[in-house]
Design a binder for this molecule. Structure first.
Ligand code: KG4
Ligand code: ZN
Length: 347
């Protein structure tokens, strides 16, 4: 794929509405983040200990104009943007539709292309941000571990838009397992940060839980681990919450690290990237860095503020796609089950 150079003042608006964050961001020249606005719906979903799709889509439609206006508000120009990108999947269908309609409407208003990008691809590119600048470059080939609330996937990436899926979860995603265990322990939603906090405070021996390694392939399975935690809580009158969190977290971390490093070694790849909400977890970052170092592998992860859902990563993914030839009619349909695909653009 041939890359074309976009002007330094080329501004793209990214829109993210896949799940429970309504976000908009403007990226200039593929380098400088002009704005990045995120409205989190956590307070709306908290009492249900998980995301309620209907509430999510309604909240997106209520907030989207405000968030986009805030993101565009910093630009003093009557042509504020040259393109719009929106996350076209995977995600909740009603929520995705809100982002698509907003993107296409703005595309028409400003007479600029609106293109869809894969949300998970956004999590990969998020690693290129350093504060508000895109000053880090992914090094290829790489193995990417994308760990979020809905997905746990391992990819081999040979270049921008050149993917091969090595494995994915057969049941719960890693973030989902954190959320479910937090619910079992009464720690609220979202579960990942709460479990991490308790695990960090643990002073006793961590409870031992099985590591779901599924040897011989690069798939994951976390539902058995979650069931082990639920049996442990059922069978023990006095539960040390911190020791359970520490034991569960280290089982998840060991599994993610084992699979990722096995994939890197199997394909002789010297670069590893972790992205997605769970990649904010300090124990995962620490262990992955340590094991990468022992295996002479470079590790990349996003700044913590770009690990969870945001629109800066969607703007960057859109910018890169346009550099590599995407046009207005490419990838416009939303797809709640969207899989990562190699970039191929119409001539
Ligand atoms: O990528 P993300 O923001 O949204 C999705 O695309 O799903 O990921 C959200 C997930 C939630 O399951 C949340 O519990 C988890 O990421 N998460 C964490 C941490 N921060 C967020 N899991 C473990 N440790 C964390 N520090
Ligand atoms: Zn995400």
């Amino acid at each position: 794929m041939r890359k074309r150079k976009l002007p330094q003042n080329f501004r793209i608006l990214g829109i993210e509405t896949t799940c429970d964050e309504t976000a908009a961001a403007v990226l200039e020249g593929g380098k400088r983040l002009v704005s990045s606005e995120v409205y989190s719906q956590v307070s709306l979903h908290k009492k249900f200990c998980g995301i309620v799709p209907e509430i999510a889509s309604r909240a997106h439609s209520e907030k989207i104009s405000f968030i986009i206006s805030k993101a565009l508000g910093k630009i003093k120009s009557n042509k504020p943007i040259n393109a719009v990108s929106f996350a076209s999947g995977p995600g909740l269908s009603g929520a995705l539709l809100v982002g698509k309609i907003a993107a296409e409407t703005l595309g028409k208003i400003y007479d600029v292309p609106a293109i869809g990008v894969n949300h998970l691809e956004g999590h990969l590119f998020a690693c290129e941000f350093n504060c508000n600048d895109v000053s880090k470059r992914l090094k290829f080939p790489l193995v990417a571990l994308i760990v979020s609330g809905g997905h746990t996937e391992l990819w081999k990436v040979d270049g921008y838009g050149r993917y091969r899926i090595l494995g994915s979860t057969r049941d719960d995603a890693a973030g989902e397992a954190f959320d479910k265990v937090a619910k079992l322990l009464g720690l609220g939603y979202p579960g990942g940060p709460a479990v991490e906090k308790y695990a960090f405070k643990n002073k006793c021996d961590a409870v031992k839980f099985p590591r779901p390694f599924l040897r011989g392939n690069f798939d994951f399975s976390f539902s058995g681990l979650k069931t082990s935690v639920s049996y442990y809580i059922r069978d023990n009158k006095r539960v040390n919450v911190a020791a359970v969190c520490a034991g569960f977290q280290s089982a998840v971390v060991d599994t993610l690290v084992f699979k990722t490093i096995s994939a890197a070694n199997r394909y002789n790849v010297k670069n590893v990237v972790i992205g997605g909400g769970v990649s904010a977890n300090a124990a995962l970052r620490f262990k992955m860095s340590d094991v990468c170092k022992q295996n002479d592998i470079n590790i990349f992860f996003a700044d913590k503020k770009f690990c969870s859902d945001n629109a800066a990563m969607i703007a960057l993914a859109g910018h890169k796609k346009i550099e590599f030839g995407a046009r207005v009619n490419d990838l416009k349909q939303i797809d709640p089950q969207l899989r990562i695909k190699n970039w191929r653009f119409s001539k």
